[in-house]
Design a protein around this ligand. Sequence first.
Ligand SMILES: NC(=O)c1ccc[n+]([C@@H]2O[C@H](COP(=O)([O-])OP(=O)(O)OC[C@H]3O[C@@H](n4cnc5c(N)ncnc54)[C@H](OP(=O)(O)O)[C@@H]3O)[C@@H](O)[C@H]2O)c1
Length: 259
Amino acid sequence: MVTIDKKVVLVTGGGRGIGRAIALAFAAQGNPVAVTGRTQSSLDQVADEIRRLGADAVAFACDVTRRQEVEALKAEIEGALGTAQILVNSAGMAPAAAFLDMEDQLWEEVFKVNLTGTYYGCKVFLPGMIACGWGRIINIASTVAKVAYSHITAYAASKHAVLGLTRALAIEMARKRVTVNAICPGYVDTEMTRSNAKAMAEKTGKSVDQILDIFKKTSPQGRLIDPKEVGDLALMLASNAAGGITGQAINVDGGAVMV
Ligand SMILES: NC(=O)c1ccc[n+]([C@@H]2O[C@H](COP(=O)([O-])OP(=O)(O)OC[C@H]3O[C@@H](n4cnc5c(N)ncnc54)[C@H](OP(=O)(O)O)[C@@H]3O)[C@@H](O)[C@H]2O)c1
């Protein structure tokens, strides 16, 4: 297990799935953690779990596509926990659609959440990290930030863009003791994967379990990734030991993608 200094952590999309697992991983190390997302009830549940682990928590609802709400989130965290020096941008969406059938609105929404939401997080929370002289930004991208599959043009394009943002910002922050990295998971055992499997099952006449098996077989390890595995990698990237790792995009996918 990696140990890290106690810093205030913000996890967007922290109410469930990968974000929740990351929030709990940091809380288990004693870090104060703020979780955000649009659904207050799920944030409150995660905040209770964080407190049961002995860490302070803030559960503040915010839509990451709205800059004013992200600014309000910052003020809330500063008042309750202090300056957030570790930011994990995990909020995201991954709807599938055939390119020619895809509504413009879907394209715009996917970019707003996956890219602009990540951009607002970085923009609003970076100044505090720079002022403290130490910071970590961890963007949850996807293996689809490096390779692509059919029927996810908006998702693939938005996640490729998240890598571009990560890499360019990493260079800009390189002399400020703020690292900026991306984690690129393959299929993770979360609501997002299950709802995509359900949608594919409805389209193909296969069962959800059959589709999940197809997802598993894309990985040489033949399994879905546990969200906790992403949490553990986030901890590693936030540690002082990872101070020299920046601008990287690290896959957690059982060996499915090797670029
Ligand atoms: N699951 C996978 O296989 C997989 C693989 C690679 C990458 N990823 C990436 O990992 C991240 C987390 O995925 P997941 O599997 O944990 O998905 P998930 O279970 O669907 O959770 C997504 C989270 O994002 C939040 N969210 C969505 N839109 C938001 C918005 N506008 N403002 C604030 N929060 C918002 C959701 O909360 P509310 O709905 O309450 O707002 C939810 O907490 C995403 O960026 C995803 O693209 C996932």
